[in-house]
Write a protein that binds this ligand. Structure first.
Ligand SMILES: Nc1nc2c(c(=O)[nH]1)N[C@@H](CN(C=O)c1ccc(C(=O)N[C@@H](CCC(=O)O)C(=O)O)cc1)CN2
Length: 281
């Protein structure tokens, strides 16, 4: 079994970005800037946002975090986004999800200038992904493709099963796999006989948010398993959707949690910020 090390792969992506930022600095150019908006006090979101800030610091990119409490209104947030859209020093805008219930997430996503939408969630960027056009691609799905590239795994003609149909992960990663000529199945909570469906897959992408759900009867011998889960086990320890210990000897390659897909999300966010900077000229 090959362990797909997200920490290592993400570091090499961050090092490439760092070199690009150093070249910009040496040329006396303006540096790329990411602004993250964090609303509320979700503990996990605080960690992810801190990691995003650290990622920017590592590469030398500029970053700013705008924090608002749980009572922030939709109007207040829309005003923040409008200001950032018009700020020429800002290349990337990211609103950390989830948002408090009084705020309509989709309205917020749609308010972000698509050229600064480094999450790749704006309908215009989703349309580009759908049409296989160049745009800003959601970070977690793009991170998984970068992991497959890093281990030299070609999706052409392979059976990929994505379990989970979220707008952030399941749907976009299915489109990316399709663009690489994979045969894609999207399974979800209404899928009948899930083990039969998943055990046909050369690549299983687990994105359902249920701790250690996927045991070895769900896995094809020699499969590649990408675990997007960020769950807590019975001892409150961080784990994925896949029962790593149970499946590891059946896989060709597998991502751990932590240290797998998560760090790739951050690296691809930095890559998108650099891309947005370059696109804006
Ligand atoms: N606006 C967005 N919100 C959210 C996204 C997103 O892509 N854009 N995705 C997730 C959370 N997320 C990024 O924001 C994210 C999740 C996990 C990690 C990560 O590095 N995880 C570590 C473990 C961290 C820990 O100790 O808890 C790992 O897997 O090794 C990075 C980013 C929802 N919201």
């Amino acid at each position: 079994m090959k362990l797909i090390n997200g920490k290592e792969i993400s570091k090499s992506i961050k090092d490439e970005i760092k070199a690009e930022v150093e070249a910009l600095k040496a040329a006396g150019k303006r540096l790329p800037k990411l602004v993250v908006v964090l609303v509320g006090d979700n503990q996990a979101s605080q960690v992810y946002v801190r990691n995003k800030e650290r990622g920017c610091q590592y590469t030398g990119m500029l970053s700013e975090i705008i924090r608002r409490d749980n009572n922030c209104t939709q109007e207040e947030l829309l005003k923040i986004i409008d200001d950032l859209n018009h700020d020429d020093h800002v290349d990337g805008i990211l609103v950390q999800l989830p948002l408090p219930k009084q705020i309509d997430e989709q309205a917020i996503i749609e308010a972000i200038d698509p050229t600064k939408d480094v999450d790749g969630f704006h309908p215009r960027n989703i349309a580009k992904l759908f049409l296989n056009e160049e745009g800003l691609v959601p970070c977690t799905p793009a991170g998984m493709m970068a992991m497959l590239d890093a281990i030299g795994y070609d999706l052409d003609g392979k059976e990929v099963c994505v379990v989970g149909r979220s707008n952030i992960v399941g749907k976009p990663v299915s489109l990316l796999a399709l663009a690489r000529n994979a045969t894609v199945t999207i399974a979800h909570s209404h899928t009948k006989d899930l083990p039969k469906v998943t055990s046909r897959a050369d690549v299983l992408i687990a994105a359902i948010g249920q701790p250690k759900f996927f045991t070895k009867e769900y896995i094809k011998e020699g499969a590649v398993v990408l675990d997007v889960g960020m769950d807590r086990d019975e001892n409150n320890k961080l784990c994925g959707d896949v029962d790593f210990e149970d499946v590891k000897d059946k896989c060709h390659a597998i991502t751990p949690v932590p240290g797998g897909v998560g760090p790739m999300t951050i690296a691809l966010l930095l890559k998108n910020t650099m891309k947005a900077y370059k696109m804006r000229g």
